[in-house]
Design a protein around this ligand. Structure first.
Ligand code: FES
Length: 273
């Protein structure tokens, strides 16, 4: 097989996996994303296998057979962690997607080593079993490092509106008449991007234009009544409140208060946020 064919095949596999994840019904994906939790679910779930395998390594080090149970708990807990990770990965593109693949492959390798270790422990081959689970633990630590890099280095699953510091005094941003087209209008308020629209009851609504999920431009999204749908991964936000109406976003949008003065829409950061 030529090199280019191999690259094409890897990309085809990536796309097939991604398509399979995207085809999962949205309510299930919302659960996997952590919309119900108000925080990404994957990092929380990964703590369980990492903790269990750390305990197993420590117990092995002192020769205690309870290491077997700790190892088994980690293996069981790795499955939901892997599912949520696969779901998170499906949102990624470019370099982050590649780092995500390495993260998943190293974790999978660690899981296989731990399964093999468990099988050997059952047969009484504890020496080799410890070597395998020790190697698996090192892989897990490296994969955890990559996961941290994805979050803290690339900003995957962090709140992309977290550093917005909106002005708390009213300032004019757009002519009221421009909202008559029913569209989503992007305006700037001291460096912050805000999407302004006239809601169905005639009120003027405004929320941050930067999607909290991964920074998608909400002004380029679709409008569904008083809900705006992010053009990148389909998160849905209430234009009135910024509340999440559908994932994958797990953090609501900052909301702005509005008023009309001399034909201009004026906005300021909502005081209750
Ligand atoms: S950037 Fe992902 S849903 Fe908006």
């Amino acid at each position: 097989m030529r090199g280019n064919d191999a690259v094409v095949n890897v990309e085809a596999v990536e796309e097939a996996v991604r398509d399979a994840v995207v085809a999962v019904p949205q309510p299930v994906r919302d659960v996997l994303d952590g919309v119900w939790l108000g925080a990404p679910l994957h990092p929380a779930l990964t703590d369980v296998p990492i903790g269990a395998w750390t305990a197993a390594a420590a117990l092995d080090a002192v020769g205690h057979e309870a290491a077997d149970e700790a190892l088994a708990v980690g293996v069981l807990a790795a499955l939901p962690a892997a599912l949520t990770g696969l779901n998170d990965w499906s949102h990624l593109k470019g370099e982050t997607r590649q780092v995500g693949i390495v993260h998943a492959l190293v974790n999978s390798g660690g899981l296989v080593l731990n399964l093999a270790s468990l099988a050997l422990r059952r047969r009484g081959h504890r020496g080799m079993a410890r070597i395998l689970s020790g190697a698996g633990y090192l892989g897990t630590l490296y994969a955890a490092h990559l996961g941290g890099r994805l979050s803290y280095g690339y900003g995957v699953r962090v709140n992309h509106t977290a550093f917005e510091r909106p002005r708390d005094r009213y300032a004019p941003v757009i002519d009221e008449r421009q909202l008559d087209d029913g569209g989503l209008h992007r305006v700037e308020l001291e460096g912050e991007s805000v999407v302004v629209a006239r809601c169905d009851d005639g009120e003027v609504c405004a929320i941050s234009a930067i999607c909290s999920h991964m920074g998608g431009p909400l002004d380029k999204g679709k409008r569904d009544g008083d809900v705006v749908v992010c053009p990148w991964h389909g998160s849905r936000f209430d234009l009135r409140t910024g509340a999440i109406e559908g994932g994958p976003a797990v953090f609501p949008q900052p909301r702005y208060e509005t008023r009309i003065r001399a034909g201009k829409v004026e906005i300021r950061a909502a005081r209750d946020d």
